[in-house]
Design a protein around this ligand. Structure first.
Ligand SMILES: *[C@@H]1O[C@H](CO)[C@@H](O)[C@H](O)[C@H]1NC(C)=O
Ligand SMILES: *[C@@H]1O[C@H](CO)[C@@H](O)[C@H](O)[C@H]1NC(C)=O
Ligand SMILES: *[C@@H]1O[C@H](CO)[C@@H](O)[C@H](O)[C@H]1NC(C)=O
Length: 415
């Protein structure tokens, strides 16, 4: 019984996150891609028990999903970990009889409770309005503990206040339901319980992220494939680790927009319209994070980062970067080296002139630069010989933080 439930949860999660066309991306490396990609490597998710009721017994399961990254990104085994808490739930946590699957009858929302004791799974299909859903949750499902709620193939429009009422929903999956707007208290009542919230493939043009500040358990927020244009302030959801904003129309990020997300590990801004970044756009407070900027129109990352907190992995493929200047890209590459990661820069029109000599002359840095090619003849920069740069003035003395650290260690040794 138990295993079947776990399998069902995993299935839901996989179905909602695994990309439809990982293969396609693999082939599309050379040209600008515009198709919407639905997912990215998924860091593990720990779903913890409700804040209100303490768990007694925890069951953990682990699975491995195939890598869903782009060409330039190494194949990574990503573990998805889900903890299901066997809590002392109220004995009445069973489906309302009128929502149980019935032979020959199509219900707007179906509830299953035979999967595991006390675990409820609700699936709503082809709802025609947010009101319809609101009504079901505010009557039949009031106070239920729902491990996963999935709404699909529906036309919801603007969501309402307390859309999911006072239900305890762990995974809230509402992908592709023509949602046009969230009000501030849309999820009030469930906010302490949601671990994963998927609102991708909807029509949101604005989100006030501070509405998630009270989501104490929220680890993964997916707002990919919406109509967002501008990230003013991504709020401070305390547990948020993964923020998907891919395939929107984002062209503006305010300084420190992500600066209050203390747990942020993965920021996905692929397939947006970024051209110029405000100073401090990527001032991030968490200490180990990665950034996906593939397929924007960035020509420079000048002043975007705080120098002491670079991402350890950055994907800059398919942008408009012509000049790999030492002051910006040196520290980024260095940060990648420190974490055994790489620097992805394929599909940029890099000018192979003397401005590149700092990199060409540094084999250590050059060795982790992936996909860099010269504008014009398209030759890989790794194939340029030192000969080509013989006549260049010597590169500005640039010492990477890593070099500095090594030098300091040496000094200490000698003293
Ligand atoms: C869940 O907890 C109850 C008691 O609280 C126990 O009887 C039951 O065996 C537990 N189930 C699992 C799968 O551990
Ligand atoms: C989606 O909903 C429409 C009606 O809104 C229905 O005609 C169609 O069959 C549904 N498709 C699926 C896959 O459920
Ligand atoms: C977000 O909502 C909060 C609370 O209603 C409000 O104080 C704040 O000004 C809103 N922020 C934006 C950018 O609209």
């Amino acid at each position: 019984m138990h295993l079947r439930w776990i399998t069902a949860v995993l299935l839901v999660i996989l179905l909602t996150t695994v990309p439809l066309d990982a293969q396609k991306r693999r082939k599309g490396e050379k040209k600008k891609e515009s198709e919407a990609i639905t997912a990215a490597p998924k860091p593990e998710v720990k779903q913890e028990g409700s804040g209100r009721r303490s768990g007694r017994h925890t069951t953990t399961t682990t699975t491995t999903t195939p890598s869903t990254t782009t060409v330039a990104v190494p194949e990574e085994e990503v573990e998805e970990e889900i903890q299901i808490t066997n809590e002392s739930r109220s004995p009445v946590n069973v489906c309302p009889p009128e929502m149980k699957p019935q032979e020959g009858k199509i219900l707007p929302c179906t509830c299953r409770d035979e999967l595991d004791e006390n675990a409820l799974m609700v699936e709503c299909v082809a709802l025609t309005s947010a009101q319809q859903m609101h009504k079901i949750f505010n009557s039949l499902l009031l106070g239920k503990r729902i491990d996963a709620l999935e709404v699909r193939n529906s036309t919801l429009g603007p969501l309402m206040a307390r859309q999911t009422a006072q239900a305890y929903v762990g995974n809230l999956l509402m992908r592709g339901n023509e949602i046009t707007e969230l009000v501030y208290d849309t999820f009030q009542g469930t906010d302490q319980n949601v671990g994963r919230l998927d609102l991708s493939s909807n029509q949101l043009s604005r989100v006030n992220f501070s509405m998630f500040d009270s989501f104490t358990q929220l680890q993964v927020l997916n707002l990919g494939e919406n109509q967002l244009t501008n990230i003013e302030d991504a709020g401070q959801a305390p547990s948020l680790r993964v923020l998907y904003l891919y395939s929107n129309k984002i062209d503006t990020i305010a300084p420190k927009a992500f600066g209050r997300l203390g747990g942020l590990e993965y920021l996905d801004l692929r397939w947006n319209n970024l051209q110029v970044l405000a100073p401090g756009a990527f001032h991030v407070s968490s200490d180990r994070w990665q950034l996906r900027l593939r397929a924007n129109q960035l020509s420079s990352l000048e002043q975007a980062f705080s120098e002491d907190n670079m991402p350890y992995l950055i994907d800059l493929s398919l942008n408009s970067i012509a000049s790999l200047t030492d002051n910006i890209y040196g520290p980024l590459i260095d940060s990648a080296i420190l974490e055994g990661s790489k620097f992805y820069v394929a599909g940029n029109p890099i000018v192979c002139d003397c401005s590149l000599s700092w990199l060409i002359k540094n084999a250590r840095l050059l060795s982790i630069v992936v996909g860099a090619r010269c504008d014009g003849d398209g030759s890989p920069i790794a194939d340029l010989g030192l000969e080509d740069f013989r006549k260049c003035p010597p590169p500005r003395k640039w010492k990477s933080p890593l070099d500095r650290a090594l030098a300091e260690a040496k000094d200490v040794d000698m003293n």
